[in-house]
Design a protein. Sequence first.
Length: 312
Amino acid sequence: MGIGMTGQERFEQLIASDEKVEPTDWMPEGYRKTLIRQIAQHAHSEIIGMQPEGNWITRAPTLRRKAILMAKVQDEAGHGLYLYSAAETLGVGRDELVEHLHSGRHKYSSIFNYPTLTWADIGAIGWLVDGAAITNQVMLTRCSYGPYARAMVRICREESFHQRQGFEIMLTLCRGTPEQKQMAQDALNRWWWPALMMFGPHDTDSTHTQQSMAWKIKRVSNDDLRQQFVDMTVPQAEYLGLTIPDPELKWNPERGHYDFGEIDWDEFWRVVKGFGPESRDRLAHKVRAWEEGAWVREAAAAYAAKHRKEAA
Ligand code: FAQ
């Protein structure tokens, strides 16, 4: 810290010079709270996000697909754990965060409240949901808070593998029988709009964007990220020979971007408020797994206590 500098001045200097804020640095209470909210929501999303895909592990079409899917779902668990650890560096306990998820006080991403009806949904999730997740998370590797930014570097590498495996499932289906191609198209029809919703409300309706960008927690706004995602994904859909379910989707040469239709914001807010098609089941399943796993946590704690005692 510079001589005579207050914590506030040092914090502002770190932000202005694009250096990382670390857990031991002074930080404004609002900055800490915003990070806890966002990182916890992100961690919860990774954990709840295991369910839609977990649903297909027993029914994956080949042994290879099953092994890949199991590895992917385990990666999501790992991401949840890094992110809970990153949140803990801000002085909040993991049990408290889990309790807030279970009681419905904390949110998680709207996308995980939709059902996975066919195998093609697993392709669509990898391609679109992980694709949207990377678009958002690449900017988070530059987040001003060190532990979150560093967790994101590894997570993005893994998400990039997830995205490719999803695209490869879609490609295989699209090169298969007409029925398989139709299954891929149906999955795209159902996942396209929810994937666009992952980026959050329009910038004009976003509560946190302005402040989070000033603090360099978010580096790109919700609408700009959504546009990046559309621009990246349209050529991929063309390559697959699939049609994006948006009659207003059109290249705009003046803007150098695709124009696209309006999201159904009523649906978005309904899902965010806990009334998505699978919302109730997702949370109930998570709480049940937590309760049924209590003995594992107790046994692990007893084992650790025994070893501490022996070491002492
Ligand atoms: N769902 O003011 P903003 C994954 C809420 S990726 C639910 O714009 P902010 C990988 C927002 O919390 C998915 N709620 O908020 C994977 C706020 O409410 P609050 C997770 C949403 O934070 C792939 C209100 O609306 N990724 O899991 C959503 O500045 C496949 C106003 O919004 C992350 O969490 C939504 N979609 O920007 C796993 C990334 N959008 O809190 C398994 C980190 C907004 O005031 C399988 N998070 N809300 O009550 C972020 O980048 C940001 O938090 C945004 C929202 C961009 C999501």
